[in-house]
Every structure is written in structure tokens, then in C-alpha cells.
Design a protein around this ligand. Structure first.
Ligand SMILES: [Zn+2]
Length: 350
């Protein structure tokens, strides 16, 4: 929930903490192949509830790649969507650009010297647990967290950090991953990062760059066979419309709303409600999303505002995660209720 006014503000810079530990590439252990969750590989079944829902599709041929800046971002943005598509048999991959090495410890229960000592390694372990809970595949792209600059004037970004790597180089590992994983759908943040962290803005930039470059044989010729994803989405779940709806529902029950202050301070100019093109119904997987969030124990306080809105209120009042369709190379109408709308028909005839 790195939205406007949203807590927690992960990955805060911490004075004196270097970006020592390198994130290592990790892959899922002991995970069933996605198709094993739902049935034998290649068994035809109906597509989900979208435009081409009457078509028989092969869900294990649907592939979603979600590009995120730090470990924990995948669990706060689009996690229930990912869990739903995994349950349907699709393959879902998260690319985590940095290791979150300059993140802070945001959970008081974890604010201990032994945690600070090995924070980069702990964040890799937390990511592995969240990956297991969500049933996804996940890889680190190997960049070093830029930290969130604070102060006036802002301090310079640390040497060698993700946000300072030239765009052509910063996008290269993502181009390679796109060509290897071959997703039809890519999700990322909008041009403002969804949250003003230099790594989030850089994540947007490399995602757009790689989306355009991965299908072009002239670009990055040494990084695998070209593959052009069909759709690019930006996360749009942290809208004023959603927050207001949740706020009003909580107030109606007579309880105190955790959102009153955020709503009062929300800058309408930064709201994204009008940009939403696609709402993915995933309320059934909100508990999975929350379990994945809790796995990021250094970043998430289980007693904090993340969990202040009762689950049944969320599921009843706003059962979707929301997106903006930023690019599409397939036919699809708007509004949509499925990230694979327009893709399922192409997969079905392959
Ligand atoms: Zn982040």
C-alpha cells in the first residue's frame, strides 16, 4: 500500500546502512507446477469470466509477469490477482528488481539488532515464504536498492544503486526474463511509480522499455529469442474511490475508520480513479494476499493499518484489484475484468 498517503512506507533509507548484501537469484522450491494445482497439464477448461470466456483455453499456457521494485511490493500490489490466476492454472512470475537492502524495519516486533545485522538475507527469506504462499515463481533481477532519499535538500542517490544504472543496462535482465518466460501480460507501476520512491519509478521505466524491446530482434540480440508480450498494465488499486468506499462502509458499522486522515490529506490531483480500465475480481484471495504480506515480517506490522479494515468489509465493498491497460496488442474492450482478455482466444488456437 505504497499509495498516496498509504502506509507502510517500505524501504525507507536508514542512515549508515550500506547496501552490502547482494540479492541472489532464487527460484521456487517444492512448488507444484501451476498446472498441478488445478489438474493435469493441458487439460482444456473454460476460460474465466471475460470477453472470450466461452472459449476453451489452456490455462497453463497463460503467463503473467509482475515487475516489482522490492521484496514485499508483490504482496501489497496485485497479490490477490496473482493468487487467483495461479489457482486457475496460469503461470505467474514476479521479477523483483532489487533486494530491498536499504529498507528499514517497519515492524516493531522485528526491530532487533540481530534482525538489522542480516536484513538483506532476511528479506530474501521473507520473499521465499511469500512466493510459496502466493504459489508464484519469482526471480531477483540483481540490482541494489536505491533507498528513499529524505531531507531538504534531498541527498544524492548512493553510487551503484538501481535508479542510477543507465536505462539500457537496467532493462537488460528484464528483457532476458521476458524472452525466457514469455508472458502475454506484464504488470508494473505507473509513470509516477505509484509511490515516489526512485526504485519504483525506475521499475516503471525498465518495464516500459523492456516491453517495447523484448520483441525486437535488433535490440539486445544476445539475450534470447524475441518475445513480444501482448498487454502492459499499471497498478491502480490505491484510488480515492476505493479508500472512500471502505471508509464509509466502516463508519456505517459504527467502528472507527483508519482512513479518515488519509482521505483528508489526499491530493485529488494525484488520484488515479479515472484511469482504471480493468477490475479483477479476486476477493476470495484477499486472505492469501494478507498471508503473503505477513510473511514480509520486517516490513509489515500485523497490528498496523494494513489490516485495519475488516476482511468481510473489503470483500463486500471492493472485491477487485484494479489496473490501467497501458498498452495492448490484442483486441479487447474496456472496461475489462480479466488481465488475459483478448489473450485467451489467441492461446486457444495455438
Ligand atoms: Zn517498494
Amino acid at each position: 500500500m505504497h499509495g498516496a498517503g498509504d502506509a507502510p512506507r517500505g524501504n525507507r533509507n536508514r542512515t549508515g546502512q550500506g547496501g552490502s548484501g547482494q540479492p541472489c537469484s532464487t527460484r521456487p522450491e517444492g512448488l507444484l507446477a501451476p498446472s498441478q494445482h488445478t489438474g493435469p497439464t493441458g487439460v482444456a477448461r473454460s476460460g474465466a469470466d471475460s470477453g472470450d470466456n466461452a472459449l476453451v483455453t489452456y490455462p497453463d499456457q497463460l503467463r503473467l509477469l509482475a515487475v516489482h521494485a522490492h521484496p514485499d511490493d508483490e504482496s501489497s500490489k496485485g497479490a490477490a490477482t496473482m493468487a487467483r490466476y495461479v489457482a486457475e492454472g496460469a503461470r505467474v512470475m514476479v521479477a523483483t528488481c532489487t533486494g530491498g537492502e536499504r529498507g528499514s524495519v517497519l515492524n516493531p516486533a522485528m526491530d532487533r539488532p540481530e534482525v538489522w545485522e542480516r536484513l538483506p538475507q532476511i528479506r530474501v527469506e521473507e520473499m521465499a515464504e511469500a512466493r510459496r504462499i502466493l504459489g508464484i515463481e519469482q526471480e531477483f533481477l540483481g540490482f541494489v536498492d536505491s533507498g528513499l532519499p529524505e531531507g531538504d535538500p534531498l541527498p544524492p542517490l548512493p553510487e551503484g544503486c538501481f535508479a542510477l544504472v543507465p536505462l539500457e543496462d537496467a532493462a537488460a535482465p528484464l528483457v532476458e526474463l521476458i524472452r525466457r518466460f514469455r508472458p502475454q501480460v506484464v504488470t508494473t507501476y505507473d509513470e509516477r511509480g505509484g509511490y515516489p520512491h526512485p526504485d519504483h519509478i525506475r521499475t516503471h521505466e525498465i518495464s516500459v522499455h523492456a516491453f517495447e524491446a523484448a520483441g525486437d530482434p535488433e535490440r539486445y540480440p544476445d539475450l534470447g529469442e524475441p518475445w513480444q508480450p501482448s498487454k502492459l498494465y499499471y497498478h491502480m488499486s490505491f484510488s480515492i474511490d476505493r479508500t472512500r468506499a471502505l471508509h464509509e462502509a466502516i463508519v456505517a458499522t459504527g467502528a472507527e475508520s483508519p482512513y479518515a486522515e488519509w482521505l483528508a490529506n489526499w491530493d485529488p490531483a494525484r488520484d488515479v480513479s479515472h484511469r482504471v480500465t480493468t477490475r479483477v475480481d479476486c476477493a476470495e484471495w484477499f486472505p492469501v494476499r494478507d498471508a503473503a504480506l505477513v510473511a514480509h515480517a520486517t516490513q509489515i506490522d500485523p497490528l498496523g493499518r494494513w489490516f485495519a479494515c475488516p476482511m468481510d468489509v473489503q470483500q463486500r465493498v471492493w472485491p477487485t484489484e484494479d489496473y490501467e491497460l497501458a498498452r495492448s496488442l490484442v483486441d479487447t474492450g474496456k472496461p475489462e475484468d480479466d488481465l488475459f482478455a483478448g489473450v485467451r482466444s489467441e492461446v486457444a488456437v495455438r
